[in-house]
Design a protein around this ligand. Structure first.
Ligand code: GDP
Ligand code: K
Ligand code: MG
Length: 303
């Protein structure tokens, strides 16, 4: 931690909402680097992920959360929900993310968890998808009646100007306090963790909608080695755990083509992220029923 400096501001901002509204996309845009994986699938984000951005005298500590799961009461979903509750208990500001113009039962369930007293902004995301802008004003009036939101922010996480504006809005809610992290730190997550998340993202991307969410990634080895040629050299071995033989076959693909692509894309992205030469070994294993088994969910790193 850095010593207290007069005029410094620092606070924690939780990003909360149902699955797929764009929370992780928003976090990455706010931090300016991809530290939380995104996809069209629900349950992409499974952990609390902190993204840090220091700008001028202010340090923003953003916390991305799994989308609150309301449909199935599996051990994995219960653990995801606990993570969300833990993240919003003690923060300076909540960004409640919804899709602009929409408010479903799942949104209402997330909103009902908020304790009074913590200022909450309504982030009406994916505004670029709204073709009839005139419908947004009555929708916002309706939202105003649902909850005492501090402010409304219709925006698109994919729009740089909107992101710039959002810092200014968030800053007002952060207390004067010394920074928690060095000015150049982007996340409190380890490179090993980012490696497993990147494998998971490529896995989602290349299996499209075929692969159910019940897969996870374990890092068996993460070792930095000395190299005369490269500035940094990292050797990684990872195992993708799935529920069924058919899922395994799907991931490996015809003549191993798909697993190879997942591996190549993961390696390239990690090399950029870690500024290192990366060697990556990828394996696929079958462990049936893991998402329903509480002890196993814990052993795979979900609290
Ligand atoms: P999360 O589950 O809430 O973390 O959502 P993600 O960040 O993983 O995003 C879900 C999907 O919505 C992805 O396909 C994103 O590319 C997409 N998305 C996120 N923000 C926007 C946005 O502002 N506009 C549009 N059109 N799509 C978005
Ligand atoms: K998602
Ligand atoms: Mg997410």
């Amino acid at each position: 931690a850095t010593p207290a400096v007069e005029g410094q501001r620092c606070g924690v901002i939780a990003i909360v909402g149902k699955p797929n509204v764009g929370k992780s996309t928003l976090l990455n845009a706010l931090v300016g680097q991809k530290i939380s994986i995104t996809s069209r699938k629900a349950q992409t984000t499974r952990h609390r992920i902190t993204g840090i951005r220091t700008q001028g005298a202010t340090q923003f500590i953003f916390v991305d959360t799994p989308g609150f799961q309301t449909r199935h009461a599996t051990a994995l979903n219960k653990s995801l929900n606990k993570t969300v509750m833990g993240a919003i208990g003690d923060v300076d500001l909540i960004l409640f993310v919804v899709e602009a113009g929409s408010f479903t039962l799942a949104d209402a369930k997330v909103l009902s968890l908020f304790k009074p007293g913590i200022p909450t902004l309504l982030i009406a995301n994916k505004l670029d998808n709204v073709h009839r802008r005139a419908e947004i004003a009555p929708w916002l009036r309706d939202m105003q009646e649902r909850h005492p939101f501090a402010e409304f922010v219709p925006m698109s996480a994919k729009n740089k100007g909107d992101i710039g504006r959002l810092y200014g809005i968030c800053e007002k809610y952060l207390p004067e306090a010394p920074w928690w992290y060095a000015a150049d730190e982007l996340t409190d997550r380890s490179e090993k963790f980012l490696a497993s998340e990147t494998v998971r993202e490529k896995l989602f991307r290349f299996t499209g909608d075929e692969l159910p969410y019940t897969s996870t990634v374990i890092i068996d080895k993460f070792e930095e080695e000395k190299s005369k040629v490269h500035k940094r050299m990292i050797r990684i071995a990872a195992t993708i755990v799935v529920e069924r033989d058919s899922h395994k076959a799907m991931i490996i693909g015809d003549k191993g083509e798909r697993l190879k692509r997942i591996g190549t894309e993961t390696r390239q992205e990690l090399e950029k992220l870690m500024d290192a030469k990366v060697f990556l070994e990828l394996w696929v294993k079958v462990r049936s029923g893991w998402a329903d088994d509480e002890a196993r969910v814990r052993s795979f790193g979900y609290e």
